[in-house]
Write a protein that binds this ligand. Structure first.
Ligand SMILES: *Cc1c(COP(=O)(O)O)cnc(C)c1O
Length: 519
């Protein structure tokens, strides 16, 4: 073959590791539930070595940053200066894969995404192979129709008729779309004149909301000081009375309340704001209502759970990441907007070389000018292959099963010695809790006690990971010291036994860390 690369070699590549989850048949169970990192995996070695200490002794003259490079290069052959032949390339690739975290294992609970939906993966591979861009109908006719079809279907699910939308590179990009649309709607002249002569605009979001709101405020020229963080209740839901007070306060100071970001599924607690009430406040003061449903949007898929998102149909815009809970291959994210023509009016630049008005076909199918991107991956296709294979009911079943497992996990935790829930209210499939080692129980919970538990939590996570048992997230939040966040996703479909095993591992590692405290 050209370039000395024998592509045939990759055809019988062992991709099994990718497909350890539910292999496509509805709620089929994963027969071999392996740990995420093999006990003897060299990945352990990477973590150990990039921790620097041992190589630091032989490379004392190097800076810390260079030491990381030394560590990686000692293990992996990453240098690209000299070309290699096909066989060597294959070896390098195998080596890299060996060092990858196996996110398709059920014990990968480090992020809000999990194993990939195999039907989506098929779509993703085909999309890469087709290597096209979503901007015009002429280069992506079928994919354009697929994007439109999926957007329409998803809008209907969220209760919005005759809206519009676009696939965006992720939730953080979607919030840029949302604030830009809100600003354009309020002050259309911003597109040509910029912000110079506009009133000071304010963005409202809860203190537990995603950090991308603050990033967007910076990127779009508002500045992070223009973001008001509204406090939340003990379950992480925005205090809507305080939202109203905050909006009124800005009005009395002559500022323009532009945008409220409500969250349906906060990143840590999985809290869902009272969307009906937020909608009322937004309508009363004519403020744009966005719902960041990046995580919790998947609840809309099930008639059993969608009531938790009641009010979302009143939003001006919504963002949803099927690449999180639902297992679409990364990245797959939708930005939806209620007003039909707005995205186009707001974002179009009518580039004459790409969006010629005198093309031989109906150019309303050239949807690319709604986007801030030029070239754009055909992310709709992988969601479509998933949805086509499973239908509404298949996705609904997966959501119900995920929530059932989360319920089981929460109920088990509530009665298990040593575990303590941060909030007993299950909103999204997030279970947040502390593990208190036996030697710390029944004591007065002073600041010092909490300081110890804060450190213990991080130590338990480390042990769970280097011992190849479980990759789980932890976080502090507001007044809370570090706690664990176990977030469940559609894939692989877990059994109760798998969940019990995770808790057992946390307990075992917790007691090992605990025993070190008393030494
Ligand atoms: C993950 C997340 C985002 C950001 O989405 P990305 O696709 O990672 O940029 C935004 N909001 C919430 C609530 C999230 O959990």
């Amino acid at each position: 073959m050209d370039h000395g690369v024998d592509y045939d070699r990759y055809l019988d590549f062992d991709y099994d590791f990718v497909l350890t989850g539910d292999c496509g048949s509805g709620l089929g169970l994963d027969p071999d539930f392996d740990p995420i990192l093999d006990r003897d995996s060299l990945l352990k070695e990477i973590f150990r070595r990039t921790r620097i200490t041992d190589i630091a002794q032989t490379h004392q003259h190097l800076r810390r940053r260079d030491l990381v490079n030394v560590a990686v290069n000692e293990i992996l052959d990453l240098d690209v200066t000299k070309g290699v032949n096909g066989k060597e390339l294959e070896e390098c690739i195998r080596q890299v894969l060996e060092y990858c975290v196996k996110t398709n294992k059920g014990t990968f609970r480090n992020q809000l995404y999990g194993a990939v939906d195999p039907n989506g993966l098929a779509g993703a591979w085909l999309a890469e192979a087709c290597n096209t861009s979503q901007y015009t109908y002429e280069v992506a006719p079928a994919f354009t129709l697929i994007e439109l079809q999926i957007i329409e279907h998803v809008l209907k699910k969220f209760g919005i008729s005759d809206g519009d939308g676009i696939f965006s590179p992720g939730g953080s990009a979607s919030i840029l779309y949302a604030i830009t649309a809100a600003r354009f709607k309020a002050f259309p002249q911003v597109k040509t004149k910029g912000m110079r002569n506009l009133p000071e605009m304010i963005i409202f979001t809860s203190e537990d909301s995603h950090y991308s709101v603050r990033k967007a405020a910076h990127w779009l020229g508002f500045g992070t000081d223009s973001v008001r963080l509204v406090r939340v209740n003990e379950h992480g839901q925005m205090l809507t009375d305080e939202l109203e007070v905050a909006i009124k306060d800005e009005l009395t100071h002559g500022r323009h309340p532009l945008f409220v970001n409500a969250t349906a599924g906060t990143t840590v607690l999985g809290a869902i704001d009272d969307l009906e009430r937020v909608a009322d406040v937004c309508q009363k003061y004519h403020v744009w209502m966005h719902v960041d449903a990046c995580w919790g949007g998947s609840l809309i898929l099930s008639s059993q759970h969608k009531h938790k998102l009641q009010g979302i149909q009143k939003a001006n815009s919504i963002s949803w990441n099927p690449h999180k809970m639902a297992g679409a291959p990364l990245q797959c994210s939708l930005f939806l907007v209620r007003e039909k023509e707005l995205l186009h009016k707001c974002n179009s630049a009518s580039a004459q070389y790409l969006f010629q008005a005198d093309k031989f076909y109906d150019t309303s199918y050239d949807t690319g000018d709604k986007s801030v991107q030029c070239g754009r991956k055909i992310d709709a296709f992988k969601l479509w292959t998933m949805w086509k294979a499973r239908g509404d009911s298949g996705l609904s079943n997966l959501l119900d099963q995920t929530m059932k497992n989360a319920q089981f996990c929460m109920e088990t935790l509530a009665t298990k010695a040593g575990f303590r829930l941060v909030s007993p209210k299950l909103q999204c499939p997030n279970i947040c809790f502390w593990y208190i080692p036996a030697c710390m129980r029944g004591q007065q919970e002073t600041d010092k006690w909490w300081e110890t538990l804060h450190k213990v939590t991080a130590d338990i996570k480390e042990l769970l990971m280097v011992d190849a048992r479980l990759m789980i997230a932890y976080s502090p939040l507001r007044q809370h010291r570090n706690f664990f966040r176990l977030a469940l996703t559609f894939h692989p479909v877990l059994r109760q036994k798998d969940i019990l095993e995770m808790l057992q591992n946390i307990e075992e590692c917790g007691e090992i860390i605990g025993s070190r405290l008393t030494q």
